[in-house]
Design a protein around this ligand. Sequence first.
Ligand code: UDP
Length: 258
Amino acid sequence: MNRRRRIYEGKAKILYEGPEPGTLIQHFKDDATAFNAKKHEIIEGKGVLNNRISEYLFKRLGEIGVPTHFIKRLNMREQLIREVEIIPVEVVVRNVAAGSIAKRLGLEEGAPLPRSIIEFYYKSDELDDPMVSEEHITAFGWANPQEIDEMMALALRVNDFLSGLFLGIGIRLIDFKIEFGRQYENDMMRIVLADEISPDSCRLWDAKTDKKLDKDRFRRDLGGLVEAYQEVARRLGILMENKPSESKGPRLVSSNKP
Ligand code: UDP
């Protein structure tokens, strides 16, 4: 691993210099953190699963025309990505009340929201990622109004597409967090989807049983995190029993409640 220059190390990923200018290697670690890293554990196999799941979702999103930083998966834990300038704003989309919105607004977990809601958080570990408004984002120059519009439009497209994709395999997309970056090419700049989309950054509930198939298993000490992520991968068709490298596409699952 030390043959490459390490550009950045985060809680669950490392970025290395890529083979060509303008590229990076994104390495998925097994580290699980929550509550701004106050809770930390190594969960063997998590990084491999997130690499595969995120690869799958970024590819499908790319196919419907959502621009992303993803180029290709390199190995079990790494993917080649385009280097972007990360916009320091986490974009959260919510369909159903859970987590911080349930607590903050006194909503029951699992209550459907009147419509999908987009929230912004300023990316800052020291400040615990505070929630911010468009006013803060533009006033402090983190993104301009046009970039905010672009991020919101892309976030809604990602939400619609992923909600449908997951429902088709018997999973409800409760909420998720995404990040965007600026990709510079010649004199052009475009906003692209960056970072990852995985059960670390989404809430995914089984459509029949409401079983949590995401990082809440770690946050809430429910156990069985790797098994839950494996279940998501298996339903997406990217993890066949005994044949981890074979891909057959998502398996349709009836979403009818019993
Ligand atoms: N999320 C994330 N990274 C963060 C904060 C939130 O990936 O730093 C995801 C989280 O997994 C969930 C959604 O964003 O799918 C909304 O999270 P919430 O605001 O409810 O915060 P939480 O209670 O999970 O800390």
